[in-house]
Write a new protein. Structure first.
Length: 728
């Protein structure tokens, strides 16, 4: 049996025979026992109130150790879950590192005191930052495997390039790398588990899914989560998989199973799923008491399966260690755990000033001047009448095309974004290229590896994109309608936006999500016309962009793609092909920095702060206000909502002393509420009138056009507010 060598915790080289040597068995035992000793020491610290949370691997040690020893840290990739202490110890995270996290020390290498204990991360070992959310990581593992395969096939794309996110991304890949993703049996009920298996199977990806089946999800037994009580039976028909169902209390059975799984993956045959039956020897966590829901007989039966007790007996019975040697080994290990704890308890705590670091990229600021190539290169296209006729849809498409030519790391996926998944069809058919045709022709030019359809599953799209991006690629994904972004919300909020902060800057996922949004469609109705941008501006870590015209869309999308932060790029459907806001092609380097509003109409009597589809409507209202009532309105188009241009707002309000914030989204709790509050707070002395807000009614957008007109703000709504405010 070949035992791969872990970095920090070496299990010596194998003899030629298929059985591990006595020395290897001792080292395997030592690692399992160390894991238990660290758990027990943490439990003590928690009882002494020196740490604040504890969750253990007790009972899972053998299963996790087999996985660790079959794979290579710093070569393969790891997406553990919170119970994977033995896995991470064996891969090279030290007991001291673990204790640093338990006390929440500044030097906690996984998160700098931001995450609970057992939320792993190590860049050098390829252990990707773990969240508490169950099963989200499985989709990251899939995207990670896809990225590894892409880099192996296109190694030239891994080369660093100055001037954009690539400058700050070290790319590593090996042709036969494997990705391990671990999860409890209860969490296989999550949709993301099935979405991950779907793509891993379809794409024959080298992902090993490890199901750590301890029979419980907190207090919920396996048969409640899994019909029939056995996940192996349910997944058996996924194509291309290698399956193994094993006794997870036996470290050697586990090692063998993961070696076979890894061989299947490395050979390019597809993914694997190792289902290990193990036991949960302690309660779910120290916040749980399993005596409340488990019988004594059941708990005693589990205790008899303790992999550590079993192996201890075996080593002594087989004469590999004497009782005295065993006692000495255990004594030394317990001391190692205790010393690690003692040192960590004296470690420095994080400084409060550090709290806001790594919310966004500290390397590349999308508001910076480097993105201010605002002068369009009009010479790059024919001049004359045609030059000014490009719609927002055209210029988004041309930006995507130009950027894909410039940067081979860009991939586009989503629902219906390809021209045709069955490529032969393109011999006679024109191709789809998105339901709004924004990605038309991109698969034809760049091939199916770079532009492809996803399954109809939004979490799959965003979750995989996170996996791609953390490897250094640039996924520019499409969510077909804003109204259907919600299945991906968990991935967006708890993973995409959070990854950088929770890992204290070690990981980041600069994904671009293009999302058609908004109403004024006549017949769009509830599920094709909603807004809701303020829900996303409320997420630290996520940039939110909302252009109102073709040129801005082109320049802002370029910045979104080149920057190092995740970006929600909102495209108003009604503006895609409007006459308003058409523009000449600005050339392949035209970029607009984030956080820079545009004065689309200068004025002196009143400021109107807005964005998106309300920009043309505000212009109409301002025109009428001037013509009919001699009121001179200044209109600010924010263009990006996070960050937003406070200086521009403040300068305009100081000049006009009156302000309206207008948006299409619902009034209550909307984006304007925050701006209005800040204006009232910081510019109170400059105001001659109350701050006004305009938004849609606090309801959904109806199908009947008469109702839609009444629900959404119209030019008249804006005009009335202007007149009203001028009274003061
Ligand atoms: C998405 C999500 N929902 C709920 C929780 C709360 N929670 C934490 S662990 C857990 C049970 C997980 O059980 P299982 O997957 O079997 O793993 P185990 O803890 O048994 O190893 C639950 C419900 C969570 N962390 N994430
Ligand atoms: Mg479980």
């Amino acid at each position: 049996m070949e035992v791969a060598i872990s970095r920090a915790r070496r299990v010596g080289a194998s003899p030629a025979s298929d059985e591990p040597s006595a020395q290897q068995l001792v080292e395997i035992y030592q690692l399992m026992f160390l894991s238990r000793a660290v758990d027990d020491r943490e439990i003590l610290l928690k009882r002494q109130q020196k740490i604040f949370f504890q969750i253990s691997a007790a009972g899972h040690e053998a299963l996790q150790l087999g996985a660790a020893l079959a794979l290579r840290p710093g070569y393969d990739w790891f997406f553990p879950y919170y119970r994977d202490r033995t896995l991470c110890l064996a891969l090279g995270i030290t007991p001291y590192d673990m204790m640093l996290q338990a006390v929440g020390a500044a030097g906690d290498p996984a998160s700098g005191g931001r995450q609970m204990p057992t939320h792993w991360s190590s860049r050098s070992l390829h252990i990707v930052s773990t969240s508490s959310a169950t099963a989200t990581q499985l989709l990251h593992a899939v995207g990670c495997a896809e990225a590894g395969r892409y880099f192996s096939r296109h190694p030239e794309s891994a080369i660093k390039a100055p001037g954009d996110y690539r400058e700050f991304r070290d790319v590593e890949f090996y042709g036969d790398e494997v990705v391990l993703a671990c999860v409890g049996e209860g969490s296989t009920s999550q949709g993301e588990f099935w979405e991950a298996l779907n793509t891993a199977s379809n794409e024959k990806l080298p992902v090993i899914f490890c199901i750590e089946d301890n029979g419980y999800a907190i207090s919920v037994p396996v048969e409640v989560n899994t019909p029939g009580g056995n996940i192996s039976r349910l997944v058996a028909n996924f194509p291309n998989f290698h399956f193994a169902e094993i006794d997870g209390n036996d470290p050697l059975a586990s090692l063998r199973a993961f070696e076979q799984a890894a061989a299947h993956c490395r050979a390019g045959c597809g993914p694997a799923l190792v289902h290990g039956h193990c036991v949960r020897l302690y309660s779910h966590s120290l916040s749980d008491d399993d005596k409340l829901y488990r019988s004594a007989a059941e708990r005693e039966a589990d205790a008899l399966c303790d992999p550590i007790a079993r192996m201890r007996s075996r080593l002594v019975a087989d004469g590999i260690l004497t009782a005295a040697e065993m006692e000495q080994l255990e004594h030394d290990v317990v001391r190692e755990a205790a010393e690690a704890a003692e040192r960590a308890l004296h470690a420095q705590l994080p400084a409060e000033e550090s709290i806001t670091t790594h919310v966004y990229s500290e390397d590349l600021d999308p508001t910076r001047a480097a993105f201010a190539t605002e002068q369009p290169d009009l010479a790059s296209e024919e001049s004359g009448a045609k030059a000014a006729a490009h719609t927002m849809a055209d210029l988004i498409n041309s930006c995507l095309r130009n950027e894909m030519r410039r940067d081979e790391r860009i991939v586009i996926f989503g629902e219906d974004v390809a021209d045709a998944s069955r490529k032969e069809a393109l011999n006679e058919a024109k191709g789809k290229g998105g339901v709004f045709k924004l990605t038309a022709g991109l698969q034809a030019e760049f091939g199916s590896e770079r532009v492809f359809n996803s399954p109809l599953a939004e979490a799959n799209i965003v979750g995989r994109a996170v996996g791609y991006a953390l490897r250094g690629m640039k996924p520019v994904v499409e969510i077909q309608f804003f109204d259907y972004i919600w299945p991906a919300m968990h991935q967006i909020r708890n993973e995409l936006a959070l990854l950088r902060w929770r890992s204290n800057g070690t990981w980041g996922a600069p994904v671009v999500m293009r999302v058609p949004i908004g109403g004024y469609l006549t017949g769009g109705s509830i599920y094709h016309s909603q807004s809701g941008e303020s829900i996303f501006t409320h997420l630290p870590g996520l940039r939110v962009v909302f252009p109102s015209n073709a040129l801005d869309a082109n320049g802002l999308l370029r910045t979104a793609i080149r920057c190092d932060d995740p970006v929600l790029f909102l495209e108003h459907k009604r503006l895609y092909r409007e006459t308003y806001g058409r523009a000449a092609y600005p050339g392949p380097e035209f970029a607009i920095p984030f956080g820079k509003a545009k004065i689309v109409r200068p004025g002196s009597h009143l400021t109107l702060v807005t964005y998106g589809a309300l920009v043309p409507r505000a212009l109409q209202a301002a025109h009428r206000a001037e013509r009919l009532h001699a009121i001179d309105v200044e209109i600010l188009d924010l263009r990006t909502l996070n960050p937003y241009d406070w200086e521009a707002i403040a300068a305009s309000v100081r000049k006009t002393n009156r302000v309206i914030v207008a948006h299409e989204d619902m009034l209550s709790w909307g984006y304007g509420a925050e701006l209005a509050a800040r204006i009232a707070d910081e510019l109170f002395d400059d105001l001659d009138a109350p701050v006004r807000r305009i938004g849609s009614m606090d309801t959904f957008v109806a199908y009947q056009p008469k109702l839609e007109d009444a629900i959404l703000p119209q030019p008249d709504t804006i005009l009335n507010a202007i007149m009203d405010l001028k009274r003061y």
